[in-house]
Design a protein around this ligand. Sequence first.
Ligand code: ARG
Length: 571
Amino acid sequence: MSLLLKWAAAKLEGIVPLPEDNIYALLELPPRPELGDAAFPCFTLARPLAKPPARIAAELAERLNGAGGEGIRAEAAGPYLNLFFEPACWGPKLMEAALDPAFGTSDRRAGERVVIDLSSPNIAKPFGVGHLRSTMIGSALARLYRASGYDVVTVNHIGDWGTQFGKLLEAYLRWGDEEALKRDPIRESLKLYVRFHEEAERDPQLEEEGRRRFWMLENGDPEALRLWRFFVTFSMEEFERVYARLGVTFDHTLGESFYNGKMDAVVRRLAELGLLEESDGAQVVRLDDKAMPPCLIVKSDGTTIYGLRDLATALYRRREMGADRLLYVVGAEQSLHFSQVFEVLRRMGEPWAEQCRHIAFGLMKLEGRKMSTRRGQVVYLDDVLDEAVRRAEAIIAEKNPSLRERRETAEAVGIGAVVFGDLKNGRMLEVDFSLDEALRFEGETGPYVQYAAARAYRLLDASGLAPESSFVPAAARHDGPSLTAPSAWDLLKALGAYPEAVAEAVRLNEPSVLARYLLDAAKRFNRFYHQERIMTSDAEETAAKLRLAAACAGVLESGLGMLGIRAPRQI
Ligand code: ARG
């Protein structure tokens, strides 16, 4: 919650005839500073009080000011009741809250378990930039949910089963070269995959062979299984490298093949419930009344399919993992798939199907280029990260030639730029990612926020006041000199809204809400930094300003951390 609005609601409670929660929900941030720090619109009271909103605002202002303001002054402006907080009185309270290491976290949702499905790349295919979005949005949501008190379990649902493995094995047996595969496994298997699709266009029989090969795999053919395991092993090694670089871990990594023994029971239940129908030899659940195409459960040759595996997976997450809620962070192109799966669960009589959400996101292009694993025009994430780090290093070398940890800082800034460049966009937007754009220190970028945090840390270092020093929290409690400069008060108020940004990001499943908040806070910090002299001759004033810098550095670092981005102390 935004602290000032919370305090405003507490103040108005008893004066405005509404419960405090409703008052809080109605409160607004005024568009201009002359209009105060919080505004209460009186429209909703007009009917119950049978008075025009402007009269209500005027009467409320009078009552509030008459009751002894305690550092809050009220002013009516048309239908709005505007509240002005006295910085000298409220500044120290905001500061104390913002300096608390647990600021932004809450335990309101303790005991509620959320299972988050994220990343979930496919074996024998490159970890493309496309999977970056699921990994970063998903792990940011996991941290945000944890900060809100939820009991979070993350699962990487590796695509390691399905007809495509039949095709891959068939291609390998026809044209594969074991040595080449060992040397560069992902690129080599991608080549096989591309060749399979090219040749299948000329020779449709090939598709049939691929399907047969998958049938063999699913029915335990030892040679097929051996090859499949080989592909799984080297792909996982590749993925692990990427995750280490991104600093992402999972509570569970369970491939689709994990559910192999768990699908028969689902098919049986569907049959018992009379939900299965035959269609061209395949088993389907018809969803005509929901205006959806049938959900395919078992193919005509008896092999299993993605949808059935997801049904078994959801049931497992509910029964064995104890999920109260299930989130699936997967591209928007799979919307129909998830609507179908959730609808089938509902028909199976699983009421928690209402707690399943597809957290969809739009496509990502790279510098205008599309990505397609089929045609082999893949943009490799590793290459993108390398390039980002290289460019970050060049910028840092110019900005701060004497920086000792240049390499490590460049890694944090370069990767942070890519991650932030992704997360700052509303997740449904299609992103055309530009590295140049993402790395601009003066743009709406990760480096911009990181640089503001580093600037605040530099102030603290220069003053000999480390943010972790016990002086900082102790001094915040002391009603020191007020921070009355407009830019300082403005920054403090923004810091007070950090918990609200976290809560809103969770409510909307939108890490971009937090990314935007951080840009705004960093911008306010920079304004404060440029407009105010921090190191003054007045020791008390200097200490108050340094505390503000410490609080700001703490919030920026904590917020970046939730997005999966490091905040180097020096850049
Ligand atoms: N492996 C799939 C893909 O990359 C995504 C899996 C998403 N998770 C799920 N439970 N279906 O397309």
